[in-house]
Structure formats: structure tokens, C-alpha cells
Design a protein around this ligand. Structure first.
Ligand code: NAP
Length: 285
């Protein structure tokens, strides 16, 4: 029997729980966690993402602020805004939507966000803390994957986990999280020889390549758990994952769909990070 891992329902549950926690925090201490979202430019997908993030924060009872800057904003102006937000007592989490226009140095911008307000967990200090096993905001998508697996009681200790993709936002932090949970982790990428061979050894296969439906049934071991992070738009407008879902699902013990799997968890984890940052920064509450 295959379990369909329902990210949409789980994310809704988490957002409800967070809403209650935010109410409680406000009642007890008068604090309302605040998220500042910064968007530079007019990229249509980024406009939708940032709007959804700000709305989701408001939906949980948090303060939300969306700062929209034109594409030709000088880097110094963006850095000045981030510094203002770093100093703003009402802001607990700062998120700068990526990618930034080519004229702006993304690394410099990420490093300018106060590590104590780093809602995405991308600041180099927090990346280091994650790898050292210290408390830190964790990149939302891989955090969402581990929370989903936990909520479905999928054990990780001793499992062969194979991650497809080594980006800083998904693959690498995913590997750190699964290693911390005692899985034996392999990371594959575009130079990996015989990807299918690695996939077939996986008890847990996490795909984050951004390649539509390239994971086929012959690449998946009977009874494996398959998590599909990929989001790919086909020419006909449909969204699909990296996994050929219809073919692969019957072989698995559990699988995430696309859409409705990992995607909805990402925003829920962003809000979780903001809540954690708010309570940590205002320790003593
Ligand atoms: P990325 O930065 O483009 O990284 C893709 C990774 O996949 C790279 O490490 C690349 O290898 C590897 N790769 C690409 N083609 C491959 C192939 N044929 N065989 C083996 N490895 C291959 O992408 P990303 O930002 O991590 O995102 C990955 C996917 O997840 C995208 O579809 C994205 O839309 C989706 N995503 C979803 C969410 C969500 O909320 N669900 C969040 C973030 C991303 P190299 O390093 O060698 O180039």
C-alpha cells in the first residue's frame, strides 16, 4: 500500500497550530512576530511568491510588510533598507526574494541580513550553525521535507538517503538535516556517474533537480519513500515534479505529489522560522 504524503493538508495543520501559538504569544507578552519581505524587480513568479508569503504571515496573525523596489535599485539602497529592518524592533524575520537582478551581489545582500532575523536560513553564519548541529533558522524547503516525514512517522535512522541536487537552498541543507537524523546520505548532481544506480539503493529518495519526470519506475526500489521537491512547468502549463508520479507511485511505500507535496510546506516553514526567531530574539518572554 502506498501512502500519499499530503503536504497541503500538513501545511494547513501547521499554519493553524502557528496561528494559535501567535495568539498565545501576543496574549502572554504583547508581542506580534513580524516578517518583512523584500522584492526587487518585476519577475512575475517572484511577485506571486512574495505576495503569498506576506499573506500567509498575516493569515497566522503575524505582522507582514512587503517592500517592493524597482529592478534598477542600486545595491547600496537595498543594503540600507536591510540595515533599517535589522534595527527595527517590530521585525523578527527578513526575507529577500531571490533571484535578485544581476546588478546586485546576492551573497553580499544575504550576508547583510542580521543572522538573528534570517527567515530563510541562508546567512553564512546560520549555514555553519546548521552544519555544526547548533540551533539556527533552517532553509524552508528541506526543513519542510523533514517535518513532512516526521508527521508521517517515517523513520530516518540508518536509512540509505539519496538526494538528487546539491544547491545551497535544497540539496546541501537537506543532506545536513538527514545526516543529523542518522541517515546514510549520498548527494548526486549533474556529474554523477550512473544516477539510476544510486537511486535504486535509496530507502529515501529526495529529488531536487528541476528536471520534469526523469525519475522513472526502474530507478526506484520497491518500498522506497520518494520525496519530489522539483517543480517544473510543462509546455501545456501543467506543473509536474522530477518524478514520473503515475509510474513510480505504485512501487513506493510513500510518495509526495506535485503539486500539493513539498511546495506548500515551504511557506509553512518560513512562518515557523519567523515565530522561532521572534521568540528566540526576545528571550525571557
Ligand atoms: P538548482 O539550484 O538548479 O539545482 C539543481 C541541482 O540538480 C544541481 O545540483 C544540479 O547539479 C542537479 N541536477 C540538474 N540536472 C541533473 C541531472 N540530470 N542529473 C543529476 N543532477 C542534476 O535548483 P534548486 O533551486 O535546488 O531547485 C531544484 C528544484 O526544486 C527546482 O525544480 C525548483 O523549482 C524546486 N524547488 C521547489 C521548492 C518548493 O517549495 N517545493 C523550493 C525550492 C526549489 P549541478 O550542481 O551539477 O549543476
Amino acid at each position: 500500500m502506498t501512502t500519499l504524503i499530503d503536504g497541503k493538508r500538513t501545511a494547513e495543520e501547521i499554519r493553524r497550530e502557528l496561528g494559535a501559538a501567535v495568539d498565545e504569544l501576543r496574549r502572554q507578552s504583547g508581542v506580534t512576530p513580524g516578517l518583512a519581505v523584500v522584492l526587487v524587480g518585476e519577475d512575475p513568479a517572484s511577485i506571486v511568491y512574495t505576495r503569498n508569503k506576506a499573506r500567509a504571515a498575516k493569515g497566522c496573525g503575524m505582522r507582514d510588510d512587503l517592500f517592493r523596489l524597482p529592478a534598477d535599485t542600486p545595491e547600496a539602497e537595498l543594503l540600507a533598507l536591510i540595515e533599517r529592518l535589522n534595527q527595527d524592533e517590530n521585525v523578527d524575520g527578513i526575507l529577500v526574494q531571490l533571484p535578485l537582478p544581476g546588478t546586485i551581489d546576492e551573497d553580499r545582500v544575504i550576508a547583510a541580513i542580521s543572522p538573528e532575523k534570517d527567515a530563510d536560513g541562508f546567512h553564512p553564519l546560520n549555514v555553519g550553525r546548521l552544519h555544526l548541529g547548533l540551533a539556527a533558522p533552517i532553509p524552508c524547503t528541506p526543513l519542510g521535507v523533514t517535518v513532512l516525514l516526521d508527521r508521517y512517522d517515517i523513520a530516518l535512522s540508518g536509512k540509505e538517503a539519496v538526494i538528487l541536487g546539491r544547491s545551497n537552498i535544497v540539496g546541501k541543507p537537506m543532506a545536513a538535516l538527514l545526516t543529523a537524523r542518522h541517515a546514510t546520505v549520498t548527494i548526486c548532481h549533474s556529474r554523477t556517474r550512473d544516477l539510476a544506480d544510486h537511486c535504486r539503493r535509496a530507502d529515501l529518495l529526495v529529488s531536487a533537480m528541476g528536471r520534469p519526470r526523469v525519475i522513472t519506475a526502474d530507478m526506484v526500489r520497491e518500498g522506497a519513500v520518494v520525496v519530489d521537491v522539483g517543480i517544473n512547468r510543462l509546455d501545456d502549463g501543467r506543473l509536474v515534479g522530477d518524478v514520473d508520479f503515475d509510474q513510480v507511485a505504485p512501487r513506493t511505500s510513500a510518495i509526495t505529489p506535485v503539486p500539493g507535496g513539498v511546495g506548500p510546506m515551504t511557506i509553512a516553514m518560513l512562518l515557523t522560522n519567523v515565530f522561532e526567531l521572534a521568540t528566540r530574539r526576545r528571550r525571557g518572554l
